[in-house]
Each structure stands twice: as C-alpha cells, then as structure tokens.
Ligand binder design. Structure first.
Ligand code: NI
Length: 184
C-alpha cells in the first residue's frame, strides 16, 4: 500500500515524534508500505511523520545515486528510535529537496559526520558513524523526527522569498508525481 505524503503546513511535520516498541501494531506491514511509498516517490529517504505517523522511524536508500558514487550502492537502512550522539567534521553545502516540500530545492549546510545510536528493523541496537552523503540524508530524516524541515535552515530573506511557494504547497497547489495529503 502506498501512503499519501504529508506536506508543508501539516502539524504532524512539526511534532517531536514518539519512540516505538517492537509490539507496534502492524509493524511489518507498515514498514513494507513505508518503503513502497518512498520508492514510488523516488525518495532517497523518508521519515514516518511524512506519512502522518508521529513515530521515531525513518528509512534511507542511497542506491539511486550509485552511478555517481559506487559506495552508495548498498546503503539501505531502517533507523528506529534514533538518537544523534555527535555531529562532527567540516560543514558542507548541498542542494536538498524533500518529498513534503515538492518543487523546492535549496542549499543547506550540514556537518560532514554524525555518530548515531538506533535500532534496526529487528529492533537490534546499533551505534555507528556515518560520513558524507549518507550522513547528510540521515541528518535530514532525523530532523523530521524533531519537527524540523530543511527550509528552517534558510536565511529569513530566503524564507520570505519562498513564502508564496510554501503557501501554495499547504493549499495543495502543487502536482508532484506521487499522492500528497493536503493539511485540513
Ligand atoms: Ni524530507
């Protein structure tokens, strides 16, 4: 099942998501549909609030970028109850987009490296360090669990320029190729 994607203006995207336990109802089916939703929308990452669930879960699959960087080919992971323990390394700028902000792409500066504690899809605990592009996607998705969006990093001027387009998204006046859920 493919879920509609929540968009800018939906309060679920501004909430701090709640931890989940292995007995979360319908977990396996949810995760399967969640992956399906991400692939259908051509995302490299997706966080649960983006399908209307305020739970601490996100997925990342960078394999679509393997042409540019072969090391990204097998990076496919589920992050449950994640906690970023440390941000490190020199910040670098990259243009980011977000399925909840269709048609908006802006430069965002983020630290190069993170240390993160999380559980995988079997709720097994891990603590890993990630760098470069995977670390960037993880930071973007992790922000979703904290109620944060990449446009929050932009300058007040830049945000002012974008205001009309952000309002258009909230009103559903955008037509991405995947289904969106417009805020009530
Ligand atoms: Ni996003």
């Amino acid at each position: 099942m493919i879920f509609p994607v929540t968009v800018y203006g939906d309060p679920v995207l501004r909430r701090v998501a709640e931890p989940i336990k292995p007995d979360y109802p319908g977990f396996d089916e949810f995760l399967e549909s969640f992956w399906e939703t991400m692939y259908h929308a051509d995302g490299v990452g997706l966080a649960a609030p983006q399908v209307g669930r305020s739970i601490r879960l996100f997925v990342v699959d960078t394999s679509a970028l393997a042409k540019e960087d072969p090391s990204l080919k097998s990076f496919r992971k589920v992050f449950i109850n994640p906690e970023i323990l440390e941000y490190a390394g020199d910040p670098w700028v990259m243009e980011e987009g977000c399925l909840s902000l269709p048609e908006i792409r802006e430069n965002v500066s983020r630290p190069d490296s993170i240390r993160i504690r999380y559980q995988d899809e079997n709720f097994e605990p891990h603590e890993d360090t990630f760098t470069g592009y995977p670390a960037r996607v993880i930071q973007h998705e992790y922000d979703h669990l904290q109620g944060k969006l990449f446009v929050d990093y932009l300058s007040p001027l830049k945000r002012k320029i974008l205001r009309g387009r952000l309002m258009a998204i909230t009103k559903g006046k955008v037509t991405p190729h995947y289904q969106i859920r417009v805020p009530a």
